[in-house]
Design a protein around this ligand. Structure first.
Ligand code: 9WO
Length: 236
């Protein structure tokens, strides 16, 4: 059983996201539980503030570290990255993180029993969270969002579908994008002709060896066109 604890100032953002699709089925199957927590619950001053002005000056506000440290301590029992049991991950979602990959998702799905997802907001998060509290600082890609929440949904979805017993885990390893270093081959279904657009003949003929060769070639072409970086990576 994997437990996700999400720390956010917008808990409502997650209600529907976790109530659909794979996370709903995994919840029903008892593979996962997701709990969202309002960061403001751990604010201590009389205004329940969770942000403050940056030391050194600059525009905007920064999320204060103390409510986040207290939240993680309440949820895990610890507040130093060296102290958690190895099955606990504390993840800060931020544009400054390591890029999230399928292999990181697979590592989390096979080793974690608790994943705390910390969603930043405003112009940043006090660096002591990334430095000392979090086990991982993760970016889902090279773009800036208005907060970590959409990225937390992405990470949870990618991990949950790999849990043994979740739909998706059966078809995973050998067949999907990225596990062989290539994008998926093109797929077609009926009708065989649509407004003059025909399904490739090789797929209609049913020669399985030819189909396998065609799919591999098409996967290579598509990867060359859309993601040449993946081919460079696999050549080292
Ligand atoms: C906003 C901003 C505005 C003016 C000047 C500097 C600024 N920096 C930021 C900023 O980085 N805000 C972040 C918003 C603070 C941390 C949470 N936020 C966030 C997470 N945006 N994008 C992500 C994210 C997370 C994971 N993967 C990709 C993006």
């Amino acid at each position: 059983m994997l437990r996700f604890d999400v720390i956010t100032i917008f808990p409502d953002f997650f209600r529907e996201a976790f109530d659909y699709g794979i996370t709903r089925r995994a919840l029903a199957a008892g593979l996962v539980v997701t709990k969202t927590h309002n960061l403001r619950h751990w604010a201590t001053d009389k205004h329940r503030s969770i942000d403050d002005r940056p030391f050194g000056g600059g525009d905007g506000m920064v999320l204060k570290p103390d409510p986040i440290f207290t939240a993680v301590n309440d949820l895990t029992g610890f507040s130093r990255r060296g102290d958690y049991p190895k099955e606990t991950r504390v993840v800060l979602l931020s544009p400054q993180g390591q890029v999230f990959t399928q292999s990181l998702a697979a590592d989390m799905a096979t080793t974690a029993s608790q994943i705390v997802l910390i969603c930043g907001r405003y112009e940043g998060v006090d660096e002591r969270v990334a430095e000392t509290l979090a086990t991982d600082e993760i970016s889902i890609g090279d773009y800036v969002l208005s907060g970590g929440e959409p990225a937390a949904v992405v990470v949870a979805d990618a991990v949950v579908r790999l849990l043994p017993g979740a739909l998706g885990s059966k078809t995973s390893a050998a067949y999907e994008s990225f596990s062989n270093g290539l994008l998926d081959y093109p797929q077609y279904t009926r009708p065989p002709e649509l407004e003059g657009l025909r399904v490739p003949d090789v797929l209609l003929k049913g020669n399985h060896a030819e189909i396998a060769r065609w799919r591999h070639e098409e996967a290579l072409k598509k990867t060359e066109r859309n993601r040449p970086d993946l081919l460079k990576d696999s050549r080292g």
